[in-house]
Design a protein around this ligand. Sequence first.
Ligand code: F6R
Length: 241
Amino acid sequence: MVKVWVCENYAEVSRRAADVVAAQLSRKSDSVLGFATGSTPEGMYAELARDCREGRISFSHACTFNLDEYYPISPEAPCSYRRYMEENLFSLIDIDPANTHLPDGLAEDPAAEGKHYDAMIEAAGGIDLQVLGVGQNGHIGFNEPDDVLILGTHCTKLTHSTIAANSRFFASEDEVPKQAMTMGLGPIFGAEQIILLATGAEKAEPISHLLAGELRTDFPVTLLNLHNNVLLIADRAAMGE
Ligand code: F6R
């Protein structure tokens, strides 16, 4: 069953999420961490950067795999998820850049890139702690609502809802890439522990389906009900209060 921590505000969600990551690093300094992008984890990354700067944690033995990257996109593009991770975390902590991984947004053969990404995660021993956000439409990573969901890392079309939601990071909706490379449900569910962060009333609908114990491919987040170590860290708005 999904465990839930309800927080008073975004700052508390961010701090408590950072505490889970910090505890994981103290337990196992060479942890394999699965990271998400988007607005929700920005505060958590700021807390982790501060913890690292002030010497409370170190990422020097850790390795990271991000959930997704737009496709096609260059890693240097202002809105790439590689750039987001560099700006929000990697350049602010003591991680070895060679140990940070995102799917290649310029892969010539996306199917081969998906296989390669999954093989790298497997070679690292799988993910110890996966951080997830949730889309307003219930997506996790870019596993969008659909009849059929996919196990491995793959290239996928973004739904109109996701393109519209993410257009706030771009000059206009037209500039949002229409596809992305995303971890499939296999590597996400292979994670030993998952923390799902949800803030704001726009997330109340997918969270309500999750907490009702539903299993729905039209709300992929609900499939987390099948994992035995999921912690939801949510503010009151996302809890529908
Ligand atoms: C991003 C990702 C997405 C986001 C989701 C929520 O790497 O995997 O599933 O977590 O779109 O985004 P925000 O936090 O911007 O609402």
